[in-house]
Design a protein around this ligand. Structure first.
Ligand code: HDE
Length: 716
């Protein structure tokens, strides 16, 4: 039955999903078999005080269904949020790929995107320090293409065979199932301290990239090197990127921990609300292209997933745009049941021999069989392609397709040889014909042995505040580790990345950096391997730093969709609030009022304004900035309110923009914002909003004044 909800997106996939959408409005309540239910309040009993009868097929059906409502959560990426959207290429990429969805700028390809954290369970907080998944399913006319990426361009390990070890180490410890959604515990750091190949990824995970302000404000990466194939089957190596048009922004660690308590659904809500309010999240698809003949020209191996290609060496070409424009109708049916698989590719896209990618090609199909219960998961509405499906696969749990006719084999003559193979000219998928002439070995290429040069490059490319945050993150994480040897071993690893970093972390831990890292440093090798042959190799990076790696250099010219809290109490200056609201909304931001209580708040001239939140139900960590309009009575009330003072102190501590207009002195003097340095451009105090709205907008667009962190410590 077609939904009554307005379809904001009439893509092919939405039309397809309409056939499964159901809406009970104006309908009788029925059983699953269409029988109308007369009494949904009482089970069938032998007498009104008697036992319930087995005959009650209505109750049994209802409870049985309920008992089976859960499916296994994803072993990784269990916590996530999804949205529908479209993708359009800017200009034909025919030179490098024959993939049809990358040919015609007029062609809109429907997509379903799911963002996630990795380690936490399904009900865990959004703001864990963690990698974020960024998985995109393109429903192309040639079949589904899944780009199953992360918000970090590299990974912890080089070989898929280590993935279960990595995940066992980071998940809650097996004896007591603690801690939830956190890497700050012994087993994780024990593993990492023995696996120097994770050093580069550790830099990313300890950076603020692991604490996104919003899913809409993070980059995405395909991580592995893939291949494009053109009509002539010529291969070009490709790395995929997603570049958010709102820039890449993060929150502070203290803030993240607070958000987890105040609103564990912070990212989920942010994505949902942005789409509901029509502020559609957008990313550009970027590609780094490397000619087949250039495969070996880099100082790292293109097949090594712990390495990125610095943008200085190969620029990212922006080739198209992704827009998320529709929330799911049903979390389970869509976001929970969506099944991504790196092996879902279309003609024109192929794999490299990255050993991590090769292992993933096995894992994703296997995982769907378990989670979704059988081989027909491709028939679930969110997973089924918009391209036609014809083959001789049959039967299995929950089969939906009714295959007609006698023939379920090929070759056949009874069915006229149908369905038949597609020649390449007809869009038949072909793999790149790579020459392979090798010994069958369990070995890692020596070109994978450089574990530190890009970790160093990343650290050196960070701004002062970003470096400070990495140091503090490591102090926090290793500070939570209970076994001293693990800390020492990690300091040995960090000292290979940067002496300065290792010393600062060591100072926080109250122990010295070991003169020489524990040997062997890499303890991941086969029983007959000579440990010396697999130890990290020092390679000097030809780059000192890479601007693209620092969030300092991101987009800072928009406040679109940013949330500003206005602190008000009875007697506030309504005209100031209106003027500021208008100025912020003109730039696409939102202003929400926060008052000492819920209900109606009166302006100084007696007008009624509904408070959006009370100080009990809101917190500064849920906003990007704070505005305080004047009004003598309001300012007096706020100055007397510990919660209001805390709200401003905390926003100040987290380096956010704060603006006050009119006579707000009494309140500001009760907060640390009142003591802000004169050169703090993110604390704006003025008589009139008209004069300062522009400065406030610039301060919000700059995201944070991180310099404030070092100047003054605020006990908020
Ligand atoms: Fe995954 N990964 N992964 N992964 N991964 C899964 O598949 C796996 C890796 C990523 O929103 C699972 O359907 C192995 C890298 C995302 O539904 C599972 C290895 C990258 C998602 C699986 C990796 C990812 C998953 C669990 C090492 C970034 C969530 C549920 C060889 C490029 C997709 C599922 C969603 C999910 C296996 C490493 C991204 C178990 C074996 C590297 C975004 O199949």
């Amino acid at each position: 039955m077609a939904t009554k909800k307005k379809n904001t997106n009439v893509s092919k996939k939405q039309v397809d999903l309409d056939t499964n959408r159901e809406d009970g409005a104006d309908q009788f309540l029925t059983t699953n078999h269409g029988v109308r239910i007369n009494d949904n309040q009482n089970s069938l009993k032998a007498g009104e005080r008697g036992p319930t009868l087995l005959e009650d097929f209505i109750m049994r059906e209802k409870i049985t269904h309920f008992d089976h409502e859960r499916i296994p959560e994803r072993i990784v990426h269990a916590r996530g949020s999804g949205a529908h959207g479209v993708f359009q290429v800017y200009e034909s990429m025919a030179k490098v790929t024959k993939a049809k969805f990358l040919q015609d700028p007029k062609r809109e390809t429907p997509v379903f995107v799911r963002f996630s954290t990795v380690a936490g369970f399904r009900g865990s907080t959004d703001l864990a320090r963690d990698v974020r998944g960024f998985a995109v399913k393109f429903y192309t006319d040639e079949g589904n293409f899944d780009l199953v990426g992360n918000n970090m361009p590299v990974f912890f390990i080089q070989d898929a065979v280590k993935f279960p070890d990595l995940i066992h180490a980071v998940k809650p410890e097996p004896h007591n199932e603690m801690p939830q959604a956190a890497s700050a515990h012994d087993t994780f750091w024990d593993f990492i301290s023995l696996m120097p190949e994770s050093a580069h990824m550790i830099m990313w995970v300890m950076s603020d990239r692991a604490l996104p302000r919003s899913y809409r404000m993070m980059e995405g990466f395909g991580v592995h090197t893939f291949r494009f194939l053109n009509e002539q089957n010529k291969s070009t190596f490709v790395k995929f990127h997603w570049k958010p048009l709102l820039g890449v922004h993060s929150v502070a660690w203290d803030e993240a921990q607070n958000i987890s308590g105040k609103d564990a659904d912070f990212h989920r809500r942010d994505l949902w609300e942005a789409i509901e309010s029509g502020v559609f999240p957008e990313w550009e698809l970027g590609v780094q292209l490397v000619k087949e003949s250039d495969e070996h020209k880099f100082e790292f191996d293109l097949l090594d997933p712990t390495k990125l290609i610095p943008e200085e060496l190969v620029p990212v070409q922006r080739i198209g745009k992704l827009t998320l424009n529709r929330n799911p109708d049903n979390f389970f049916a869509e976001t929970e049941q969506v099944a991504y698989h790196v092996g879902h590719v279309v003609p024109g896209i192929d794999f490299s021999n990255d050993p991590l990618l090769q292992g993933r090609l096995f894992s994703y199909l296997d995982t769907q069989l378990k989670r979704l219960g059988g081989p027909n998961f491709h028939e679930i509405p969110i997973n089924r392609p918009v391209a036609p499906v014809h083959n001789n696969q049959r039967d299995g749990h929950m089969r939906q397709t009714i295959n007609t006719g006698r023939v379920s084999y090929e070759p056949n003559s009874i069915g006229g040889g149908c369905p038949f193979q597609a020649a390449m000219a007809d869009g038949g998928f072909n793999s790149f014909e790579e020459r392979i002439d090798a010994k069958k070995v369990r070995q890692r290429s020596p070109s994978f042995h450089d574990h530190f040069s890009q970790a160093t490059l990343f650290y050196n490319s960070q701004s002062d505040s970003e470096q400070r945050h990495i140091v503090n993150a490591l102090r926090f994480e290793l500070g939570k580790v209970e076994i001293p040897d693990i800390r020492v071993r990690m300091l040995g690893i960090l000292s290979q990345v940067s002496k300065d970093l290792a010393e600062q972390v060591a100072e926080g831990l109250g122990i010295p950096v070991p003169a020489k890292p524990e040997q062997p440093m890499n303890q991941s090798f086969g029983a007959d391997t000579d440990p010396k042959s697999v130890q990290p190799k020092k390679v000097r990076s030809s780059l000192e730093s890479s601007a693209a790696l620092s969030m300092k250099n991101t987009v800072k010219n928009t406040i679109k969709s940013r949330k500003v809290a206005a602190l008000i109490a009875d007697g506030f200056d309504g005209k100031h609030l209106e003027a500021m609201k208008k100025a912020l909304m003109a730039e696409g931001a939102m202003l929400k009022t926060v008052a000492p209580r819920n209900g109606v708040i009166k302006t100084a001239d007696g007008k009624a304004v509904a408070a959006d939140f009370s100080l009990l139900t809101a917190a500064s960590v849920l906003f990007d900035a704070v505005y305080i309009p004047g009004g003598a009575a309001s300012i007096e009330t706020l100055a007397d309110s510990a919660d209001a003072c805390h709200f401003v102190d905390e926003a100040y501590k987290h380096c956010k923009a704060i603006c006050a207009t009119g006579d707000t002195t009494e309140f500001l003097e009760s907060t640390y914002a009142g003591e802000a340095d004169d050169d703090d451009e993110a604390v704006i105090i003025a008589a009139n909003p008209g004069k300062v709205a522009a400065a406030f907008i610039t301060a919000i667009a700059n995201h944070r004044n991180w310099d404030r962190e070092v100047e003054r410590k605020i006990p908020a």
